[in-house]
Design a protein around this ligand. Structure first.
Ligand code: NAD
Length: 307
């Protein structure tokens, strides 16, 4: 039995974050169902999860058990994980963790839909920036709604920012703290203001890095090199490609709406998203990613720079 009292978890969205959350949930012993819009999207997401589990087994074998998981653990986790394109399959879950697009309307519609179908469990949102209080308003019991902001990549990063909405109840809060523990994660409490704590700091930093490139102050590669000198493991430009440029712009929009124009997404970031260059997930962003090759700067970005 888990310390949180939860046994069945539903994850909504099998993208970058949803796939990681579903994987960790299954690895941690929860009966897990992950849902998304179509069987095709789910197939790709499940393949990503299985690849990630295999990597953990390889790591276990390479480090003689210091890191990673055993083959048996992988097979057990895979056995606990199911996917479905039907929202109805989430209705019996103790908790649903949503990780769909960072768009209030998309999230609100789904919460209302599940609510309307009679879902009565706990609800958590992996939103990076949207008000938890506002999202909770779409659920019949806002006291059992809360933010659970996992970090990318979920199977590796330990921190989970946990955000109480104005109406989140004490019982929900302590259950989510316990659930983080059950999932091997460290809860980091933050208040319900746009971007919470982490993205209030991180997004202006990377957005400014895009501006440094856009204004021709530094090349893409040099902007990345500079923060390695600060001890970061990845430069800000590569980090944006890793997170997804659409996500960065969406979060900038939320911060701008609450705090004003200094948080506005740079034009370069917006143009890249408009062009469909979303970063590593589409193979193109600030850099171009091809299998077996080192990333190279996207010529479209180099051209866009003010000389
Ligand atoms: N990418 C990151 O580094 C990161 C980190 C922390 C939090 N987040 C947050 O996690 C959430 C998801 O981000 P992501 O990067 O995984 O996005 P993503 O684009 O990789 O995945 C989103 C998934 O949601 C699915 N989806 C969209 N509408 C849906 C619907 N109506 N029903 C079911 N599924 C639907 C999409 O098909 C897609 O698979 C966002 O709120 C984002 O802000 C992202």
């Amino acid at each position: 039995m888990s310390t949180s009292g939860i046994s069945k978890i539903g994850v909504l969205g099998i993208g970058t974050m949803g796939s990681g959350i579903a994987q960790v949930s299954a690895q941690s012993g929860f009966e897990t169902i992950v849902a998304d819009v179509s069987d095709e999207v789910l197939e790709k997401g499940m393949a990503r999860i299985h690849k990630s589990l295999d990597k953990l087994v390889a790591s276990y074998e390479k480090t003689e058990g210091k890191r990673g998981i055993t083959k048996e653990h992988r097979d057990e986790a895979a056995g606990r994980l199911k996917s479905s394109a039907k929202m109805d399959d989430l209705l019996d879950r103790d908790i649903i963790i949503e990780a769909v697009f960072e768009d209030y309307d998309v999230k609100a519609k789904l919460i209302k839909e599940l609510d309307g179908k009679g879902f009565d469990g706990l609800f958590a949102s992996n939103t990076s920036s949207i008000s938890i209080t506002r999202l909770a308003n779409n659920y019949h019991d806002p006291a059992r709604f809360m933010g659970m902001h996992f970090m990318n990549p979920v199977p590796i990063q330990k921190g989970v920012e946990i955000i109480r909405g104005l109406l989140t109840g004490d019982e929900m809060y302590s259950t989510i703290v316990a659930l983080c523990g059950d999932m091997g994660k460290t809860p980091i409490p933050a208040e319900d203001k746009a971007g919470f704590g982490i993205n209030r700091m991180f997004i202006p930093f990377v957005n400014e890095a895009a501006r440094v490139v856009e204004e021709g102050i530094m090349s893409v590669e040099d902007a990345d090199k500079t923060t390695l000198c600060l001890g970061h493991r990845m430069g800000p430009i590569s980090t944006m490609d890793f997170v997804g440029l659409d996500i960065i712009v969406d979060v900038c929009n939320v911060l701008e709406a609450e705090f004003g124009s200094p948080y506005k997404a740079t034009a370069l970031l917006k143009r890249l998203v408009e062009a469909g260059y979303l970063g590593m997930k589409t193979g193109k962003g600030f850099y171009i990613y091809e299998k077996g090759k080192d990333p190279v700067v996207n010529p479209a970005v180099a051209r866009y720079r003010i000389k």
